[in-house]
Design a protein around this ligand. Structure first.
Ligand SMILES: [Cu+2]
Length: 146
């Protein structure tokens, strides 16, 4: 089953590990996953970019900033908590017909805490996401993958 993982997912994960650093994330030589295709492991770094989305709950409301995101496969959306307690949920009912939606994130509670979402949904459509605690306050957004 793991062989269904698109290669860019692995690359994005590797990039994230590298970006986090600081914890002795391991040597590059150690990043080859056993059993994975050798060509995939040797592929060049993705051209993906990191798109920061901040999350607020203050006098202006509970919200994602920006709430409308355009990304490409291989990018990473980095949800960053500024104020409040929020999560990111690609609800199945709001994304009808989409397979392999991301799992709902845990609640983020600490300012500066981040949740990285690798963009590996199919291009050519827009996906809906929401904050579960604040949906009724209008905390929602769209991720367009092109
Ligand atoms: Cu929220």
């Amino acid at each position: 089953m793991p062989t269904m993982t698109p290669p860019w997912t692995l690359l994005a994960t590797a990039a994230l590990l590298a970006a986090c650093g600081g914890k002795g994330a391991g040597t590059p030589a150690g990043e080859k996953s056993p059993g994975a295709g050798a060509s995939a492991a040797a592929a060049p770094a993705p051209t993906g970019k990191i798109i920061v989305v901040e999350m607020f709950a203050d006098e202006k409301g509970s919200r994602y900033v920006p709430a409308e995101i355009t990304a490409h496969p291989g990018d990473v959306v980095r949800f960053t908590l500024v104020v409040g307690v929020h999560n990111i949920h690609f609800l199945a009912d709001s994304n009808v017909g989409v397979a392999n939606l991301p799992e709902p994130s845990d609640l983020l509670q600490l300012p500066g805490q981040t949740y990285d979402l690798p963009v590996n949904l199919p291009a050519g459509r827009t996906y809906f996401f929401q904050c579960d605690p604040h949906l009724l306050l209008g905390m929602k957004g769209h991720l367009k993958v092109e």
